[in-house]
Design a binder for this molecule. Structure first.
Ligand code: ZN
Length: 151
């Protein structure tokens, strides 16, 4: 990943952490799920209003690190107006993105490139921070009542 792209990603995360979109409670949601990431302490509650098969509105409340908050904010923007089926597909894609990504960053023979592992070693924690809200949405759309935990 180039520095410019990484900077852009970082800016996006910082912006959504600072000013999260759709962070509020929805009254009388059709679906609701809670998520907890014990590794980091992130907590999130997702509220969904359905219009037939379409996600008419969704919002979240939560407390957590910048990545979990930004991920929740970006998730609400991504899923609003989507069908439940599209949301499930996006869940799979996002999950693949955050879990399969590191496998493409295999270390080369150069010792210098091993430095990349300093970041990758923190990756499992970041995966859970980023995916927590998606697991909650998934559970909500499947109408599961229990609290989703990343552990
Ligand atoms: Zn976190």
């Amino acid at each position: 990943m180039g520095d410019a792209l990484q900077d852009l990603y970082q800016e996006l995360i910082l912006d959504h952490n600072k000013r999260p979109r759709n962070r509020r409670k929805l009254d009388h949601p059709d679906r609701l799920a809670e998520g907890f990431n014990p590794l980091c302490g992130d907590r999130v509650t997702v509220y969904i209003k359905l219009d037939g098969d379409v996600i008419q509105d969704l919002a979240f409340e939560g407390k957590g690190c910048a990545i979990s908050t930004a991920s929740a904010s970006l998730m609400t923007e991504a899923l609003k107006g989507k069908t439940v089926a599209d949301a499930m597909t996006l869940f799979d894609r996002f999950h693949n993105l955050v879990t399969c990504g590191p496998e493409h960053n295999g270390g080369g023979p150069e010792l210098g490139k091993l430095e990349v592992f300093s970041g990758v070693s923190q990756y499992p924690a970041r995966v859970k921070c980023a995916s927590l809200v998606w697991h909650a949405v998934h559970a909500a759309l499947e109408n599961k009542q229990e609290v989703v935990s990343t552990e």
